[in-house]
Design a protein around this ligand. Structure first.
Ligand SMILES: O=C(O)c1cccc(C(=O)CC[C@H]2O[C@@H](n3cnc4c(=O)[nH]cnc43)[C@H](O)[C@@H]2O)c1
Length: 218
């Protein structure tokens, strides 16, 4: 299993369990007993670029798990420290404000299936993770620009029906789908989406909860 994470700050619990810490094209790479982990960088371009290049060079990878922190949308009923599993990733800043279908062009076409803004997580692996980790799958939303106000976050939640916001998920999803690999995603809530003041985030609490919830996998 390849575990990917956007920033080094999100991978402390993996580093603690790693047998080896190296670097791959300037990105941190960790090797565990039966997993390896790779830093992606912030945002969709970094995520797709790094994961695509790594998968091309590492055909031994059979599945991809994205882990990290996320902002919870106001109506999602989530608090800092809650851990969520992705049912799908929604790429919310591709195409028109309402999405890509208005342009009549999919982001990805595989085996006659067209993917516009919605990228489903692997159903089998996600249901296994649901059973193993006790997490209920929820819709995740990805955009390069983070929500900066409560109103912006509430509008995105209303339009797309997502529970949490992040900056890399859809890129990892699209890359994994293109490589024909199952992908899944687990994130811990560090903040309310729309809140940019980091003193109101709980990064340590989120990272502790993420580490605890992924224990059965490591
Ligand atoms: O400053 C630190 O110590 C630190 C440690 C771990 C992570 C960070 C981050 O800043 C994580 C950035 C990462 O988190 C996702 N994220 C978190 N909240 C939101 C949000 O409200 N909207 C969008 N993305 C969010 C995102 O995927 C970033 O890549 C700092």
């Amino acid at each position: 299993m390849l575990i990917v994470y956007p920033t080094r700050g999100e991978a402390g619990f993996l580093r603690e369990r790693a047998l080896e810490q190296t670097s791959w094209r300037g990105r941190e790479r960790l090797v565990g007993p039966d997993w390896q982990a790779l830093e992606l960088g912030l945002g969709k371009a970094n995520a797709a670029m790094t994961l695509g290049a790594f998968l091309e060079a590492h055909p031994e990878v059979h599945r991809v798990l994205l882990v990290g922190v996320a902002g919870a949308y106001p109506g999602a009923g989530l608090r800092a420290g809650d851990v969520v599993l992705a049912a799908q990733e929604i790429q919310a800043d591709l195409g028109t404000v309402g999405g890509l279908e208005a342009l009549g062009m999919p982001a990805l076409e595989l085996d006659a299936r067209r993917y516009y803004n919605h990228l489903p997580a692997d159903p089998l692996w996600t249901s296994q993770l649901h059973a193993l980790l006790g997490l209920t799958p929820r819709p995740f939303l990805t955009r390069d620009a983070v929500s900066e106000t409560h109103e912006e976050a509430a509008e995105l939640e209303r339009r797309w029906g997502a529970a949490v916001e992040n900056m890399e998920g859809a890129a990892v999803a699209q890359t994994a789908l293109w490589f024909g690999l199952p992908w899944a995603e687990v994130r811990a809530v560090s903040n309310l989406a729309g809140v940019r003041d980091k003193t109101r985030w709980d990064l340590p609490g989120a990272l502790e909860a993420l580490a605890r919830s992924l224990e059965p996998l490591l």
